[in-house]
Design a protein around this ligand. Structure first.
Ligand code: NAD
Length: 433
């Protein structure tokens, strides 16, 4: 081992200690370090992979509807671009901070590599409550943020997409701002656009659809049936709703769903479409007549076969892990499980389908959208679904095979494949200069 490697930091020097998400960034590093050691990956590139390539903080002043000026903080973190342009979502949430965005950007790098996309990993965020902004305020904020990060994004450089708190309308404003500033329409600068603006059919539901494909494949591999399987889902936004709807279509029984305000429970199965309509109309699950009210804690520990955390990071903690009754957990959210909870669940024999595998459907259809935009040739929905299923099934099979070969859990196998692919690319490219 060279002295350079021996001196490589064990934890990342960028880690902050006073942010809300210092622990999340630390968790991402813990998983990275564990997998790196367990799978004997190349020590020479370890410190490069552990460190984000670029961390940009921007200040976004906008005029509010009442005439006041308010300044919002935004971030864009570009973790690694060895395999291609940076790619990753944009989150609007009051809890966003630099450490959260760094952790999400790192996970995005491993995810894109795992499913074989020609992308590196990035993530962005603005500290704001999207529900408290009027549409005009949200538009001004998106346009200002886009202009602030403009020097480091572009179709060959870094391509944002929706994440929690953002949607196709936000992507349309981002596209328009970028295009106005460079002087021509640049469809490839962003994915998750409205279909009428060069978006891909199927992108909106793609993450939830990917969750369904991975769970279905795992059940098939284990000789189990989804028919009648009792499923509880934490988070009933874009990902949670579509996962629930598509699993319900396969005959699973969605017995509980929740959002940040409340949960609802119905032993006979929730009418997912009706609950979705209720949330669209009222903005929350509170008082939804499709089930009895329950707390988020009760949802996590309810009597179910499959638990799907589809909300935010760090919701599955060491406190709740011993009480979880599901035998399978599918991480639709990014980073929902802390390393301590992960150990507890593994010891209890609970199978975890990890985030970078389970929720890769969104970025995969984003990739399809990018390809369609570059070709100016647009696919129909059956083709998008079929191509997505191929990618998700293949990714699951590779993870399952490695897990069997190495006698390890799915997280170690998935992270090992993702990190290993990036490490290999670094080795082949060598170090500049
Ligand atoms: P969203 O904003 O559409 O929905 C989030 C849901 O989680 C809402 O129902 C919200 O009320 C709920 N929620 C938030 N905090 C909660 C808490 N503490 N307890 C219970 N519920 C809570 O977001 P989304 O796009 O569905 O993203 C959800 C997760 O999936 C995030 O971790 C995101 O990074 C990940 N993800 C999203 C995509 C995508 O394409 N949108 C792709 C990959 C991964």
């Amino acid at each position: 081992m060279s002295s350079y490697v021996a001196m490589a930091p064990q934890t990342n020097r960028l880690a902050a200690t006073d942010s809300k998400h210092a622990a999340f960034w630390q968790n991402a590093n813990t998983y990275f370090n564990k997998v790196y050691a367990e799978l004997n990956l190349d020590p020479n590139v370890r410190s490069m992979l552990a460190t984000p390539k670029r961390v940009l903080t921007v200040s976004c002043p906008i005029k509010m509807d009442d005439g006041r000026y308010q300044t919002f903080t935004g971030y864009r973190v570009q973790h690694n671009n060895t395999l291609g342009p940076f790619k990753g979502g944009l989150r609007y949430d009051l809890a966003v901070d630099r450490d959260e965005v760094m952790a999400l950007a790192m996970l995005q790098t491993w995810k894109n590599a795992l499913v074989g996309l020609p992308y590196g990993g990035a993530k962005g965020g603005i500290v704001c409550d999207p529900r408290a902004l009027s549409p005009r305020e949200k538009e001004r904020l998106t346009r200002r943020y886009t202009s602030e990060i403009l020097p480091i994004i572009g179709p060959e450089v870094d391509i944002p997409a929706p994440d929690a708190g953002t949607d196709s309308q936000v992507m349309a404003w981002l596209l328009d701002t970028y295009s106005m500033m460079v002087g021509h329409q640049e469809l490839g600068v962003v994915t998750g656009k409205p279909v009428s603006l060069g978006g891909s059919v199927g992108r909106e539901e793609a993450t939830g659809r990917g969750v369904m494909y991975v769970l279905r494949k795992f059940f098939q591999t284990s000789g189990k049936s989804l028919q009648g399987a009792r499923i509880a889902i934490q988070g009933f936004g874009n990902v949670g709703y579509h996962a629930a709807r598509l699993l319900d279509e396969l005959g699973a029984n969605i017995i509980a769903v929740s959002d940040r305000f409340t949960g609802i429970y119905n032993d006979k199965g929730i009418d997912v479409e009706a609950a979705g309509r209720f949330v669209k109309e009222t903005g929350k699950l509170t008082d939804c007549p499709e089930g009895d009210a329950m707390t988020n804690e009760e949802l996590l520990t309810c009597n179910c076969d499959v638990l799907i955390p589809a909300a935010m990071e760090n919701t599955i903690t060491a406190e709740v892990a011993p009480e979880i009754r599901a035998q399978t957990m599918v991480e639709a959210a990014n980073g929902p499980t802390t390393p301590e909870a992960d150990d507890i669940l593994k010891d209890r024999g609970i199978t975890i389908l990890p985030d970078i595998l389970a929720n890769a459907g969104g970025v995969t259809v984003s990739y399809f959208e990018w390809v369609q935009g570059l070709d100016n040739y647009f696919w129909d929905k059956p083709r998008v679904d079929e191509e997505l299923q191929k990618v998700m099934d293949k990714a699951f099979e590779r993870v399952d095979t490695l897990a069997n070969e190495k006698d390890c859990d799915y997280r170690t196998a998935a992270y090992g494949l993702g990190i290993g692919r990036v490490a290999e690319a670094h080795k082949l490219k060598g170090l500049f200069p």
